[in-house]
Design a protein around this ligand. Sequence first.
Ligand code: GTP
Ligand code: MG
Length: 139
Amino acid sequence: MPTNKTFTMIKPDAVADGHSGAIIKMIEEAGFRIVALKKTQLTAERAGQFYAVHAERPFYESLCTYMSSGPIIPIILEKENAVADFRTLIGATNPDNADEGTIRKLFAKSMQANAIHGSDSDENAQIEGSFFFGNVEQF
Ligand code: GTP
Ligand code: MG
């Protein structure tokens, strides 16, 4: 059953470059409601757990180093058709292929340092939100 929720994370490059406010503004203007939000930092080990699905990929170690290189902003969002609409808002993984006006087109630096994460299914949105937030923080 669709949950109408998704999970996102503003990645270390975008936080370090001072783009968090602009990105959150775009997210709210696109009709998403913030359910939970905080600033935190992953260890390389926890980054590896979050991206465990990519453990066999050649870029995995580099991804874990990058994702633990500085603060991130994890956010749970709510909107009708949240997962799909949010993936549209952020654009393609590689910013060279991202549509004009998408968050990655505007703020991503590279395929790896691509500014923002977006869950790829309702199931993963639930798992990823729970990776960062307890029930008491979600309202
Ligand atoms: P997420 O929303 O972060 O999950 O990105 P995605 O779903 O668009 O892409 P995917 O899950 O395939 O990859 C996860 C993350 O790994 C990407 O967002 C990039 O940060 C990084 N990544 C993916 N492919 C590559 C690659 O070929 N090289 C490098 N260096 N990083 C990659
Ligand atoms: Mg992904």
